[in-house]
Design a protein around this ligand. Sequence first.
Ligand code: FE
Length: 256
Amino acid sequence: MSRSAVLIAAHRGGAREVTENSRAAFRHAIALGADQVEFDVHRTADGGLVVLHDATLERTTTGTGPVAALRLEEICRLRLRDRREETVPTFEEVLDLLAPAAIGLRVEIKPGVDLRPYPGIEAAVVAALRARGLLHRSVITSFLLPILEAAAAAGAPRRLWLVAPLVQASLGSTARLTELARAAGVGELGLHIDRLDAATVESVRTAGLEVGAWAAHEDAQIEKALDSGLAVFTTDRPSAALAIRNARLAADRGGR
Ligand code: FE
């Protein structure tokens, strides 16, 4: 694999370029030609699925309190704080927007405010993806292994464990990390871009798992992600990442 063949995932649609987790951001990711688009899913009081990052509403919407305290209909009336012409999108709406495009889906299933998984969210996410024929184009991600185990039980073919830096540090070794992932049936790891090096990537691969990075937002982090032979990385600056990758591909072609 060429070092430049690393896939680029627009994090929350490209959060430093367009309002995170907005319809505009998802259209932006498609228009750019990002390989994947990442977004976050929470569950409402009545079992609806909505796309936003936080378990509470105040940072990114005109609402307040936990997502889980309001019904779907109530949340869909809220506006995005940084893009008042838009309301909070439902998961189904986002899937309908992405379905016609040639883009991979990277669906992060979030826990609630107490960091406990929402009951039944994994099966609901998988059912909505399956109903639209999108399951094969999707990878389910989470920082919590029990969420990924439930997603597997619901029939999600690809699950990626987002490893928090504190978890990585407390486990002490890559072997312990890959052991836990394999025990949970997870085939892919996502490490923080500042917490990986060539040796880590190598040992994850040797253990039979795929490895990518998250939070590669600055140019130097993007360069590192492209140099590390990862499968994929998420970035808030997909335009910048694509420009850097394209410049490398052009240079590779010129050098032949
Ligand atoms: Fe996320």
